[in-house]
Design a protein around this ligand. Structure first.
Ligand code: GDP
Length: 285
């Protein structure tokens, strides 16, 4: 999906999200485990008001395992329920179910106290573009789930998916707009592919990434590209170019191609499991 996030569009997205939120008991807020800070939307907490959320650290298969744990603790310390998932893998339904049960317990008890019948928790998935919303919905909607049809008050065409017997999931995700706070956040979003690269210069993205990796993941760089990782950035770029044969006709180094390779190999996980932000000081470079 490509969206130009001009202010009018953000407003529309926000009002659509507000409508959707009225229909659910709680939300699954997807964050990219490689950039939990940059992939969050600070306005969500406000929009939720008293509604509960579960933080879903997604793409944990691409992120650094140790950092996944640190981020999990960070969110738990804020009193939030957190789960780590790889939405492309089956077998996460039970994890989501247990978490939803835990968070919905209080509301279910309130309903019961008011003499209402217990009902499944109504849940929706929210997150910025490309964070894995559709993948998660499809995963949860896999075998054993069924569409439950339109409900009163739901825009026609919106469906609820019954996940086991205790969750009803809205089949349309809530889209959050990415942060536009500062250049560093924009760079992280583009490096992970959350916003389109055309907006940001590929070489700028790649060299920034390389610099971060030189500092935080030198061993991964060394095992992928060899060379002396401690060289100044510009020399190390050249050494990758030589190693990968990224040369132009005149024997000059093809920097654009090196940049493409770096970004692709980072995004696909070929470079290894990498997290670009850590809790508290958030952006690592
Ligand atoms: P949406 O825009 O939020 O709905 O994102 P999508 O569900 O379309 O996912 C964007 C891309 O991320 C797709 O290529 C997915 O296959 C990929 N993806 C989603 N979740 C994961 C995950 O947990 N791990 C990995 N490696 N890729 C994922």
């Amino acid at each position: 999906m490509s969206i130009n996030w001009y202010p009018g569009h953000m407003k529309k997205t926000e009002s659509l999200l507000k409508e959707q939120l009225q229909l659910v008991d709680l939300v699954l807020e997807l964050l990219d485990a490689r950039i939990p800070y940059s992939s969050s939307n600070p306005k969500l907490a406000n929009l939720l008001q008293h509604k509960k959320r579960i933080v879903v650290l997604n793409k944990v298969d691409l992120a650094d395992e140790h950092m996944n744990k640190l981020w999990q603790v960070y969110f738990q310390q804020q009193g939030l329920e957190v789960i780590q998932v790889n939405a492309t893998r089956s077998g996460i339904n039970r994890l989501v179910q247990e978490s939803v049960d835990k968070v919905f317990k209080e509301k279910a008890a309130q309903l019961k106290a008011r003499g209402r019948n217990s009902r499944p928790a109504r849940v929706m998935v929210v997150g910025i573009p490309n964070v894995g919303k559709s993948t998660l919905i499809n995963q949860l909607a896999g075998k054993g789930s069924a569409k439950t049809g339109d409900k009163p008050g739901v825009t026609r065409g919106k469906q609820w998916i019954r996940v086991h017997d205790r969750i009803e999931l809205l089949d349309t995700p809530g889209i959050l707009w990415p942060k536009f706070e500062d250049a560093a956040t924009g760079i992280r979003l583009a490096q992970t592919g959350a916003i389109r690269d055309e907006i940001v210069d590929q070489q700028e993205l790649a060299w920034n990434l390389l610099q971060t990796l030189q500092t935080h993941y030198p061993l991964l760089l060394e095992s992928r590209y060899g060379g002396d990782v401690t060289q100044p950035l510009i020399d190390y770029i050249d050494s990758i170019g030589q190693a990968r044969g990224c040369l132009l006709k005149a024997g000059e180094i093809d920097y654009q191609r090196i940049a493409r390779i770096l970004l692709e190999e980072f995004r696909s996980g070929k470079l290894g499991r990498i997290t670009l932000e850590k809790p508290l000081d958030e952006v690592t470079a």
